[in-house]
Design a protein around this ligand. Structure first.
Ligand code: ADP
Ligand code: ZN
Length: 439
């Protein structure tokens, strides 16, 4: 495996105090820009009695108003632009996993900033000129495809813009071209890996992949191991959202201990989601971003609703940027079962550790006689399926998983073990939760 490389060392390995100064300067410029050009921000700042000159350092960020996804919907499509429409060279949109779509406008500068952020992620997994990067994120309004594409081109790799879908063709191209880097959602990477295994192909021999950048949906350490074993690669996390740029806002290096946030382009905060108070490093809360280099649609204190922790300790790789831990849930993804907060990631952690099932699962929530119910559907492996006494093995598995979930999450669930490949496969983001209570 190629060594972790640093794409822009002067920025990624900057002295943290100097970086703070840079962030302060860029924040001042951004605040002046949006106050002048975006009516929503002028109104919100005026309502709080905050003037652009009140913002001098990064610490002053606390004075600024928040931005919510609903603000993007209410001003759809161009109401939050800080520049005239003719300076916008690209529109991307959210995949709409949580409701109506929203769009973001990019200037030439913003497209370059985004490409640089993804290039850092590519370099961090060792991708460069000699690599062949197969992008199986969807191309289109969704930021995954074009985002990964630009980053791979930026480091000089050969890009294979497959887009999502058609697994057999993905595998054929991967084999014929000798793709070395894979970019897709972690759930699709697992599916690809299983399909490669089932086709009798051998990683490192028939398949030349060495590393992958996986993101756009939450995943766990257990899922990382599963993918790494199946494909014989280093699997690293890449995080982002359309509102801020797209994938690449943060990325993991080969140390695999949290995603480096591109802090010269964004300021990250963690807040308590109800009181909105800023929380110190190390505490879990809602991630909030302020863009400080965007010129098309800069956002102040954008509430991601993603829950995680921030770690300021300098990483072994030499980068000095703050790292974010895995997203443990979204405030709006949390399921409340009989008053208990449950995140899909907690259940995934149990499932990936259980021998005999594959980490393909669905959580079905319902309300029966006024009581919430949670059914966990998970697929058994081909080996269990092929056992002559599979019924007793399935019963054992059911009992074991029910107990494990009970001890981790604290609630009783109904576990259903389904046949291999019986649950729907996603080529993009996996839909894990089906909540029938809302219907
Ligand atoms: P949406 O899914 O809301 O339609 P996006 O396609 O922009 O919009 O997705 C952004 C969201 O996807 C993030 O806010 C986060 O919830 C999720 N996400 C993206 N990358 C990751 C990642 N590496 N780990 C966990 N969640 C991620
Ligand atoms: Zn690192």
């Amino acid at each position: 495996m190629a060594k972790s490389r640093i794409y822009q060392p002067e920025l990624e390995c900057m002295n943290p105090e100097e970086r703070k100064k840079l962030q302060g300067e860029r924040l001042r410029k951004t605040v002046a820009l949006v106050y002048e050009n975006v009516p929503l921000y002028k109104e919100r700042m005026d309502a709080k009695g905050v003037k652009p000159e009140d913002i001098q350092t990064v610490e002053d960020i606390k004075l600024l108003p928040f931005t919510e996804k609903t603000d993007l919907r209410d001003t759809f499509p161009f109401g939050l632009l800080a520049t005239s429409k003719d300076n916008i060279v690209r529109i991307q949109g959210s995949s709409g996993t949580t409701g109506k779509p929203i769009v973001s406008g990019y200037t030439e500068n913003d497209v370059q900033v985004w490409a640089d952020m993804v290039a850092r992620a590519m370099a961090a997994i060792g991708a460069g000129k000699d690599d062949i990067v197969q992008v199986c994120y969807g191309y289109g309004l969704f930021t995954g495809g074009l985002g990964a594409h630009q980053g791979a081109e930026e480091v000089g790799a050969m890009v294979v813009p497959m887009s999502s879908g058609n697994t057999q063709r993905q595998i054929m191209m991967m084999q014929e071209l000798g793709s070395t880097v894979l970019c897709c959602t972690p759930s699709y990477a697992a599916y690809l890996g299983e399909s490669i295994r089932d086709a009798g192909l051998i990683p490192k021999k028939d398949i030349k992949l060495k590393a992958g950048l996986f993101g756009a949906e939450p995943w766990t350490e257990g899922m990382r191991q599963h993918i790494e074993e199946l494909l014989g690669i280093d699997a690293c996390d890449i995080y982002g959202l359309t509102e801020i740029a797209g994938p690449g806002v943060a990325f993991e290096c080969l140390e695999k201990n949290g995603a480096h946030i591109n802090e010269d382009h964004v300021i990250a905060e963690i807040i308590e989601p109800v009181t909105c108070e800023q929380l110190p490093y190390g505490e879990s809360g809602e991630l909030v971003f302020t863009t400080i280099t965007k010129t098309g649609m800069p956002l102040l204190r954008y509430r991601t609703h993603d829950i995680c922790k921030l770690y300021p300790e300098v990483c072994k790789c030499g980068r000095t940027t703050v790292r974010m831990g895995r997203i443990t849930g979204r405030t709006d993804d949390m399921i409340i079962i009989r008053g208990v907060n449950v995140f899909p990631s907690q259940i995934e952690t149990v499932l990936v550790k259980t021998k005999g099932v594959e980490p393909h699962y669905q959580l079905i929530v319902d309300r029966i006689h006024n009581a919430d119910t949670l059914e966990v559907k998970v697929e058994m492996t081909e080996e269990v399926f092929a056992l002559p006494d599979s019924t007793s093995e399935i019963q054992k598995l059911q009992k074991y998983i029910t107990e494990q979930i009970k001890s981790v999450v604290g609630i009783q669930t109904q576990v259903s073990i389904t046949a291999p490949k019986s649950l729907p496969r996603s080529e993009g983001k996996a839909k894990r939760v089906i909540d029938n209570r809302k219907l």
